[in-house]
Design a protein around this ligand. Structure first.
Ligand code: NAP
Length: 326
């Protein structure tokens, strides 16, 4: 099967740092063209990644491109994903797919109608550590699950970062908050109800810089989520069961060489399971490329999860109690 010809929409930090180096290691992908708003930046990227330089419009209409990797600011995800799907391209869009449930549904329906692969790039979902956690849960290692907690916080970013722009779809909920929410959907299932939420608003930028979310699953399990970008770095989740507690640190953005450690604590016993490292960006890109090549039937589960996440994000936005940052 010939490799998928990838077009890169936006010369972003994440494309340069993670996605394009990872794509270069995926045999099913060839980075064919990169597009920027500025010619000079596109040429710099193109030289670095062995592709041709172009602009956004030309990229999505290029007949020599099969699929688009999109890492624009969040507020542009919907428009450019729609344009790419309309032009018959498969799309791997950076998380979150869009900022609202209606916009996400429009895209997932369009991809379905056109029989195109559409994925939201939550790379952590492609790390095998979460399958290991699932197996331990299913084997009853921690007893009946009672509570899921997840945290993703990062230190403040430079003032000009896109995450502080309301117009560009900034804010902690869409940037880091979606990780604990997506992890709750992964481990507790799609039927989650929002009990309550808080968002801390920054008056100068008018974006949320931190938040907390409380959910319940149909099974009666609680999910307690926290996130922000005014914190020391922390990316972890824990499952607290009737007989033991299981925690995973660096759950969302482990570097490729990191060996995940699952810690299990019981009343008089603690143990650690050290797992092999995995390159989750490479696996995510590889899995996308294979789905494009094979149009795998399991594709629906990815779009269904994107819809479920966007619905939760909408609800958090609607119902959160907002407090002002001091
Ligand atoms: N999966 C992950 O682990 C992960 C990690 C980090 C970020 N992300 C996601 O990736 C996306 C990009 O994040 P990033 O940190 O890489 O952002 P970034 O470095 O600021 O890149 C965004 C790119 O969008 C383009 N752009 C178009 N209109 C723009 C505008 N009005 N202002 C600024 N840039 C504009 C620019 O490319 P040109 O100048 O070339 O046009 C810019 O380089 C976000 O959706 C974010 O949530 C995902």
């Amino acid at each position: 099967m010939s490799p998928v010809r990838l077009g890169v929409l936006g010369c972003s930090a994440i494309a340069r740092r993670r996605s394009l180096p990872a794509a270069a290691e995926v045999p099913e992908l060839v980075t064919t063209a990169v597009a920027s708003r500025t010619r000079e930046k596109a040429e710099r990227f193109a030289a670095e990644f062995g592709a041709t330089a172009t602009d956004y419009e030309s990229l999505v209409s290029d007949p020599d491109i099969d699929a688009i990797y999109l890492s624009l600011p969040n507020s542009l995800h919907h428009e450019w994903t729609r344009r790419a799907l309309d032009a018959g391209k498969h799309v791997l869009c950076e998380k979150p797919l869009t900022g609202s449930a209606a916009a996400t549904r429009e895209l997932t329906a369009l991809a379905d109608e056109k029989r195109l692969v559409l994925r939201e790039n939550f790379a952590f979902l492609h790390h095998p550590v979460h399958d290991h956690v699932r197996r331990l849960l299913d084997q009853g290692r921690i007893g009946p699950l009672r509570t899921f907690t997840a945290t993703f916080g990062i230190p403040p970013l430079p003032g000009e970062d896109i995450r502080y722009s309301a117009e560009l779809g900034g804010g902690a909920l869409l940037d880091v908050g979606v990780y604990p929410l997506r992890a709750a959907l992964l481990l507790l299932g799609p039927s989650l109800s929002l009990v309550g939420a808080t968002l801390r608003m920054d008056a100068s930028s008018d974006v949320d810089v931190a938040g907390n979310v409380l959910l319940t699953a149909d099974s009666g399990v609680f999910a307690n989520l926290e996130f922000g970008f005014e914190h020391s770095y922390r990316a972890r989740y824990a499952l607290w069961g009737g007989t033991a507690w299981l925690g995973l640190d660096r759950a969302f953005t482990p570097p490729p060489q990191h060996q995940p450690v699952l810690r299990i604590e019981e009343q008089d016993h603690a143990e650690e399971i050290v797992l092999p490292p995995a390159h989750q960006f490479r696996t995510s890109l590889g899995s996308f490329a294979q789905a494009v090549q094979q149009r795998t039937p399991e594709e629906k589960r990815w779009v269904a999860a994107a819809d479920a996440l966007a619905a939760l994000v909408d609800e958090v936005r609607e119902r959160a109690v907002r407090v002002e940052a001091a």
